[in-house]
Structure formats: C-alpha cells, structure tokens
Design a protein. Structure first.
Length: 100
C-alpha cells in the first residue's frame, strides 16, 4: 500500500511539469501544422505506456509477476490498437510520395 501511495504522490507532484510538456508539444504541433488529433493520440499512447508500466511494477512488487506480465501485454495491445490510424496515414503518405 505504501508503494502505491508514494507512486501517486510523486505523480501528483509532477503534474504541473507534465502539463507544461504537453502544452509545449501541442504548441509545436500547431506551429508545424500537424493535425492535433495525431498529437493527442501519441500523448494518449505515452500515457498508456506509463500507466501500464506503473501498474506492472506495483504488481511485481506485490509478488504477482504473472499478473504484471498480463498488464504489460494488455498495455502493448492498447498501444498497438491506438497506433493503427497513425500508421495508416503514414503508409498512405509514403505511397503518395512514390512516383507512379
């Protein structure tokens, strides 16, 4: 229980810095004329990765390595599912660049 509390406390302490980083990335994307939907998706993917890692580490510390492995696998599947639209646009862009 102490591990969860300390992890959450550290996260809450860093929320302001995380917000500043996200805001900066969004400003850069707007200046570069990148569709904000893709930036939001990438930020969500990063969030899923951090949450899955945090949950897996907590379960490993509790001695539940098998559950930790399942959490990591679930996180990876969610990341893959969210990345498909971005990969589709990337592949379509590459195909359009190839001369016919």
């Amino acid at each position: 229980m102490l591990i969860v509390f300390v992890g959450c406390a550290i996260f809450l302490f860093l929320v302001d810095q995380i917000y500043a980083i996200i805001h900066m990335i969004e400003k850069i994307a707007i200046n570069a004329k990148v569709n904000i939907v893709y930036v939001e998706t990438i930020l969500k993917i990063i969030g899923i990765a951090y949450i899955a890692e945090f949950a897996a580490q907590i379960t490993k510390d509790a001695g539940q390595g098998a559950i930790a492995a399942k959490i990591e696998m679930g996180g990876k599947i969610l990341i893959l599912a969210m990345a498909i639209p971005i990969l589709t646009v990337l592949i379509e862009t590459i195909i359009q660049m190839i001369p016919s």
